[in-house]
Design a protein around this ligand. Structure first.
Ligand SMILES: Nc1ncnc2c1ncn2[C@@H]1O[C@H](COP(=O)(O)OP(=O)(O)OP(=O)(O)O)[C@@H](O)[C@H]1O
Length: 559
C-alpha cells in the first residue's frame, strides 16, 4: 500500500527545534524535534559529513532512496538539507524506537512469537516492495525496524541499500562487502558472483532469530570470527529443544531463509505466503503488548547509554579483550565494530587462541560437506535438517582452526577470505584482464591466474574513493548527549549552507594533487565504518599488499 504526503517540510534548520537525542548510529545521531511551521513532531537524523567523507556516495544513496520510496512499512524522509557541516534528514518520528532498543530495555530474551510474526510480517511487506522496485536493503536487522506509538512498523536506514537496476559504478557496489557482519549473507561475504535481493532474505532470517532470542547469532564475536563462522558453519536456526516455545512453522520459516545457497532461499513475495505469517496480527497488537508501559524513547535511550557506558568500563577493566568489547558494542545497538588492520590482526590472534584443531572441527567439516539445502520455499522437517545448527547459533562451539575451516568452505576458502579482504596476489596480472560472465549476466573483467580470486569487477574506479575532507574544519560532532543549553548551541552551529533536497551534489576534492588523498585511496581497500564494514578494492597499492601479508600471516599462523 502506498501513501502520499502533500505536506511541505521546510528546508531550513531554523524551522526546527531539536529536542532530546533518541538514537545513535554509525555516523549519525537522531533527535526528536518539532517542525515549527507545521507544528509536527519529527525525527531528525544529523549526519556529520566530515565523519562520512569516505562514504558520501552511500549518504547520497540513502537520502535519495529515502525520499523516493513510498510504502507504509518503509521510513520515508520528508526532506533533507545541510546545516553547518551536517546533513539533516527529516523523517517521521517513530516514538517506540527500534526493536533492538525495545528488546534491550524490556525484552532481553526476545519477543513472544505473535509479536515476532507481526513485526516480521510488516518488515517483509517492505522487502517485497523494495525488491519489486529493484532495491536491496542490505541492512535488515532489529536496529533498523522502527515502531510508532500506534504499533506501525517501518523499516529504516537505507545507508547501504543498493539498486538492482543501477549500472556502472553503482551496480559495482553490489560486489562490495557491505552490511553488518552478523546479519550478512554468506554470498555477500564471499563476493564471488555478486549477490542479489536474496541477501536480504538471509538477513531477514537472522533478524527473526534476533527477535526470538534478543540478540543475533554470533553477536558476541568480533567481525572476523563472525565471517568465518558464517562461512564455515552450518546456518544458524531455531532449535527444537532450546526453542520449544516457538512453533514448527516459525522454525521452518527461519530455516527457509537461512539457506546458504541464495538460489534456494524463497523470494520475499513467496515468503510472505508462508503459513507462519498467518499468525501475524494487526499492528495495534504491538502497541498493546511491547510498547505498553515503556518510558519515553529519549529516556530509554539515555538510560541504555548510561548503562552501556558503565558496562563497557567494567568489561574493559575485567577482560579488556575484543570479544567482550564487541559484545558491548552490539548491546549499544549500533554494533560498532572497528574494522581496521590492527583490529583484524588482534582478531586473528583471538581466532588462533580459540581455533583448536580437534575432532569436532573435522566432524563439522564432514557435516558441512553433507549440507542439503531445502528447496525454495519447501516445508522443512527440522528434525531431519542437517544444516540447522542451533548449538552453534550463539557461537558456543569453538571456532575451528583456519585450516579445517578452509577445508569445509563450500567454495575455495582462500577465495572467500580474499573476497573478504580483496587481496591481490600479482600486480602484473591486474593488467591482463580476462572476461568472465557473472551469474547475473553481466560481463566483467577479472584478473587472471591466481589473482582471479579477486574479481576485477570489485575493483572500483579510483574516483570511487572520496578523499580528504569534503567540508572545512570545525565540524560539529553531535555524538554526545546534549543538554538544553548545548542544544541551542548545536542548533546555532547548524546554520544551513546548501539545500541537499533533490539530487545531492557533494563537493569532492580531487585526489590527484593532494597527498592526503592518495593516502585515503590506498586505504580504500578497507573502508572502515563503525557498525558496518565495507570492503572494496582500490588499486594495487602498498596497503592492499599489507592486507595480503596479513591474510598469509594469519593463514600460516593458524595452519
Ligand atoms: N525516525 C526515527 N524515529 C525514532 N527513532 C529513530 C528514527 N530513526 C532512527 N531512530 C533511532 O536512531 C538509531 C540510529 O539511526 P540509524 O539506524 O538511521 O543510524 P545509522 O547511522 O544508519 O545506524 P546503523 O548503521 O547502526 O543502523 C536507530 O537504531 C533508532 O533507534
Amino acid at each position: 500500500m502506498e501513501y502520499v504526503s502533500d505536506k511541505r517540510f521546510p528546508l531550513d534548520a531554523k524551522d526546527y527545534k531539536l529536542y532530546e537525542e533518541v538514537g545513535e548510529g554509525v555516523s549519525a545521531s537522531v533527535y526528536r524535534a518539532l517542525c515549527i511551521p507545521l507544528n509536527e513532531i519529527v525525527a531528525i537524523k544529523v549526519l556529520d559529513l566530515e565523519k562520512c567523507n569516505n562514504d558520501l556516495d552511500g549518504i547520497r544513496r540513502e537520502v535519495h532512496t529515502m525520499t523516493l520510496i513510498n510504502h507504509q512499512n518503509l521510513l520515508r524522509a520528508h526532506c533533507s538539507f545541510t546545516a553547518g557541516h551536517s546533513l539533516w534528514v527529516v523523517m517521521p518520528y517513530m516514538a517506540g524506537g527500534s526493536c533492538l532498543h525495545i528488546m534491550k530495555s524490556a525484552y532481553p530474551e526476545g519477543f513472544e512469537e505473535p509479536v515476532i510474526a507481526t513485526l516480521l510480517h510488516e518488515v517483509l511487506k517492505a522487502l517485497v516492495y523494495l525488491h519489486a522496485h529493484g532495491h536491496i536493503h542490505r541492512d535488515v536487522k532489529a536496529g533498523n525496524i522502527l515502531i510508532d506509538s500506534n504499533g506501525a512498523v517501518k523499516l529504516g536506514d537505507f545507508g547501504v541499500s543498493a539498486c538492482m537496476f543501477d549500472t556502472g559504478d553503482r551496480q559495482r557496489t553490489r560486489n562490495t562487502f557491505v552490511g553488518t557482519p552478523c546479519w550478512m549473507a554468506p554470498e555477500v561475504m564471499q563476493q564471488l558472483h555478486g549477490y542479489d535481493f536474496k541477501a536480504d532474505i538471509w538477513s531477514f532470517g537472522i533478524t527473526a532469530l534476533e527477535l526470538a532470542h534478543g540478540h543475533a547469532p554470533f553477536s558476541k564475536y568480533p567481525p572476523m570470527k563472525v565471517l568465518l563462522m558464517t562461512l564455515q558453519n552450518a546456518p544458524p536456526g531455531l532449535d527444537y529443544e532450546r526453542d520449544k516455545r516457538f512453533s514448527k512453522s516459525f522454525k521452518e520459516m527461519v530455516a527457509a531463509c537461512l539457506v546458504k545457497d541464495p538460489k534456494k532461499r524463497p523470494t520475499s513475495e513467496k515468503l510472505l505466503k508462508h503459513h507462519f505469517f498467518k499468525h501475524a496480527r494487526p499492528v495495534d497488537y504491538l502497541a498493546r503488548t511491547i510498547l505498553d508501559g515503556l518510558s519515553p524513547l529519549g529516556d530509554r535511550f539515555r538510560m541504555l547509554k548510561a548503562k552501556e557506558a558503565d558496562l563497557l568500563v567494567q568489561n574493559k577493566a575485567l577482560y579488556g579483550d575484543k570479544e567482550h568489547l564487541s559484545q558491548q558494542e552490539y548491546i549499544r545497538g549500533i554494533s560498532a565494530w572497528n574494522f581496521n588492520l590492527e583490529d583484524l590482526k588482534n582478531q586473528a590472534a583471538l581466532i588462533q587462541e580459540d581455533g583448536m584443531p580437534n575432532a569436532s572441527s573435522k566432524k563439522q567439516s564432514e557435516k558441512d560437506e553433507d549440507v542439503n539445502f531445502p528447496a525454495e520455499g519447501a516445508a522443512i522437517e527440522m528434525e531431519n535438517q542437517p544444516n540447522a545448527a542451533p548449538d552453534q547459533e550463539d557461537g558456543f562451539n569453538d571456532l575451528h582452526d583456519l585450516d579445517s575451516s578452509l577445508a569445509s568452505f563450500p567454495i575455495k576458502p582462500l577465495q572467500a577470505l580474499k573476497g573478504c579482504f580483496d587481496v591481490c596476489e600479482d600486480d602484473g596480472s591486474a593488467t591482463s584482464p580476462r572476461t568472465i560472465v557473472q551469474e547475473n549476466g553481466r560481463t566483467e573483467g577479472e584478473t587472471s591466474g591466481q589473482s582471479s580470486y579477486l574479481p576485477r569487477h570489485v575493483i572500483p574506479e579510483p574516483k570511487k574513493f572520496l578523499s580528504g575532507s569534503v567540508l572545512p574544519d570545525g565540524v560539529l560532532s553531535p555524538k554526545k548527549v546534549i543538554g538544553d543549553g548545548e542544544r541551542d548551541h548545536l542548533q546555532l552551529k547548524h546554520q544551513p549552507e546548501r539545500n541537499f533536497s533533490g539530487p545531492l551534489l557533494y563537493r569532492q576534492k580531487g585526489h590527484a594533487n593532494n597527498p592526503a588523498s592518495a593516502e585515503d585511496m590506498s586505504e580504500g581497500a578497507v573502508v572502515q565504518r563503525k557498525g558496518r564494514f565495507k570492503v572494496t578494492s582500490a588499486d594495487l597499492s602498498p596497503k592492499v599488499h599489507m592486507n595480503k601479508e596479513f591474510i598469509i600471516a594469519m593463514c600460516s599462523a593458524c595452519g
